[in-house]
Design a protein around this ligand. Structure first.
Ligand SMILES: [Zn+2]
Length: 298
């Protein structure tokens, strides 16, 4: 009875299992029912939705661009969604360590788990904002399509076709990165957090003040000399743009934004969670457009 086993393991998080659970054990979806998929972050959930269409029922756990994802803690609701999932996608590289714990606690029916970090060779300690690397989403999308096709072979041709559409839809994004690279490669920029780091690398920008950025991300205090170096970069306009994470605007970030404004260094806001009403492609393109506008200022 794997259902009972899973429920017992979940007891602490969920309370008593309802009798109804016996009918909807993981892997026991009725023919024709949508596949339950859980994505830890909503941009991965969006990719699943774009590939699975009407045949998937996607739950994204981190979906609020007004919250700091690094401070997130999982709830019983999260555990309940995972209990039913046939496919699970999460970032890894210590961005969402609560997923590892929950997956251990909820047992694995016939569940495929896709970890973006594993697919692109990143680990704990690396910059975890992997979805800003133009290489990541095509790789994740291929793994998602393969997992959906394995869980639901009847619709494999749909998933294959949607994958091809998705990969094709990334072309404007790649073109924009190439255009920015051709024009702005090597320009010095800085950021309050390493959210945009991989994209900045893809464009070839010279990203400064990395130690400060890691301190902000990890909610620790940057050293006095790192803070002074950051301020000097802004005051002396040694950087062309300040990129800031609008999801984590603590006092130090606000202070740097203030200095940038005084010194007339353009600022660009990025988010690490996908805003409502935008798909992944539009979100990334909008941010690149904003960066282009800022870089064009003299
Ligand atoms: Zn972050």
């Amino acid at each position: 009875m794997p259902v009972v086993g899973a429920c017992l393991a979940l007891g602490a998080l969920l309370g008593p299992c309802e009798a109804a659970h016996a009918a909807d054990a993981p892997g026991a979806a009725a023919p024709g029912a949508a596949l339950d998929v859980v994505a830890a972050e909503n941009f991965y959930g969006d990719v699943v939705k774009q590939i699975g269409g009407a045949y998937v029922n996607v739950t994204s756990i981190l979906s609020n661009p007004d919250q700091d994802p690094h401070l997130f803690e999982a709830s019983p609701k999260t555990a309940r969604a995972l209990h039913h999932a046939r496919v699970v996608v999460y970032n890894g590289a210590d961005y969402d360590p609560w997923m590892t714990k929950l997956l251990g606690a909820t047992g694995g029916g016939q569940r495929t788990v896709i970890v973006a970090a594993d697919l692109v060779g990143k680990k704990a300690g690396d910059n975890p904002h992997l979805w800003y690397d133009p290489q990541t989403m095509p790789t994740v999308a291929r793994a998602v399509s393969a997992a959906l096709g394995a869980a639901d072979p009847a619709h494999k041709s749909v998933y294959d076709a949607n994958l091809a559409t998705f990969i094709g839809s990334l072309k404007p994004l790649d073109d924009k990165v190439a255009a920015l690279r051709a024009q702005y490669k090597g320009l010095p920029v800085t950021a309050t957090e390493p959210v945009f780091g991989y994209m900045s690398d893809a464009i070839g920008l010279d990203m400064r003040n990395m130690r400060f950025q890691m301190a902000t991300m990890n909610d620790t205090e940057a050293s006095a000399s790192d803070i002074a170096a950051f301020e000097r970069d802004l005051r002396e306009r040694r950087v062309r743009v300040l990129i800031y994470n609008s999801q984590a605007t603590e006092a130090m970030t606000r202070r740097m934004l203030g200095i940038a404004k005084q010194s007339k260094v353009p600022t660009v806001s990025v988010t690490e969670t996908q805003p409502a009403g935008m798909n992944f492609q539009h979100w990334m393109l909008a941010q690149l457009d904003a960066l282009q506008t800022a870089l064009a200022q003299k």
